[in-house]
Design a protein around this ligand. Structure first.
Ligand code: MF3
Ligand code: CO
Length: 281
């Protein structure tokens, strides 16, 4: 979610009214989430040195078309690509282009597919060939931060439980949590209530109830949390140019806990399953 959306959610009526979805919503989100996860599996496997992010974007678009889906980011608020590709110190919303990926890059692949009206939103980090140990460590910490946030989801809990789980862990690992972007409710709309911050902010405490759908998508930096948006209006980078990583799942609050809609059919969640880490770098 962008800062602009977040501001809308902050000031708007929607923040109080996180929609509660029924069985039909769960079914729709399972299908949309699974399709998004399949798309990411394909993109992860295609992420190798020399490939361009435009090529990955095209693969995502064609996958969507082949499966009766539509990429939510395409023509969203003037964005003109099917995925976001955020490399190294790019925090989020990197725009695919014709530059080849280089060995040692880390890249976030962010994809949201709309299937039968339902939105499945997810992102993962991929390693381009062998990556430096510190880059791999950041990705591992960020994945663990996401999963700790997911594990904090339960009926009767609150959105601050998610934020606390993520922030406490990331900062204990001497990393920082980006403040300028957040997770968001979604379903038949892309960005809805509740707003999911990844750092503790008491004024955002929304109670968790079965049937709520939202993303958790922490952005974690090796350096300071501050970001700036480049003149293209989208690309967000760390101000200190330190490495940044992000993982995102779409989840539901259930009667007993949490359901993840965007589980990888191939188990390709954690980075490093496809590529080795370069211990010498
Ligand atoms: N996962 C991001 C979000 O929910 C993806 C944004 S796509 C873009 O905001 F089109 F806004 F760039
Ligand atoms: Co999102």
């Amino acid at each position: 979610m962008t800062e602009q959306d977040q501001a809308t959610a902050k000031g708007g009526r929607r923040i109080q009214e996180a929609p509660i979805h029924g069985p039909e919503g769960f079914e729709g989100m399972r299908r949309a989430g699974r399709l998004t996860a399949e798309a990411l599996d394909i993109l992860m496997e295609a992420t190798v040195p020399g490939v361009t992010t435009d090529r990955l974007d095209r693969l995502a678009f064609e996958f969507a078309m082949d499966h009766g889906a539509y990429p939510a980011s395409l023509f969203y608020r003037g964005y003109s690509k099917s995925i976001c590709t955020s490399i190294n110190h790019v925090v989020c919303h990197g725009i695919p282009n014709d530059k080849p990926l280089r060995e040692g890059d880390i890249i976030n692949l962010d994809c949201c597919l709309i299937l039968d009206g339902w939105h499945g939103d997810s992102s993962r980090m991929a390693y381009v060939g062998e990556v430096p140990r510190k880059a791999a460590r950041l990705c591992e910490i960020t994945y663990e931060a996401l999963m700790r946030g997911v594990a904090a989801v339960k009926p009767g809990g609150s959105t601050v439980d998610i934020a606390r789980a993520i922030q406490t862990y990331a900062e204990a690992e001497r990393c920082s949590v980006v403040r300028d972007f957040c997770g968001h409710g979604l379903g038949r709309t892309y960005h809805d209530a509740p707003t999911i911050l990844h750092y503790v902010e008491a004024s955002y405490d929304v109670p968790l109830k079965p049937g709520q759908f939202f993303t958790i998508e922490p952005m974690i930096n090796l350096g300071r949390p501050a970001v700036k948006v480049l003149s293209d209006g989208w690309t967000a980078v760390t101000r200190d140019r330190s490495l940044s990583a992000q993982f995102e799942h779409t989840v539901a609050v259930t009667e007993t806990g949490v359901e993840i809609f965007t589980v990888s059919p191939k188990g390709l969640h954690q980075p490093g399953l496809l590529q080795p880490v370069n211990p010498a770098a």
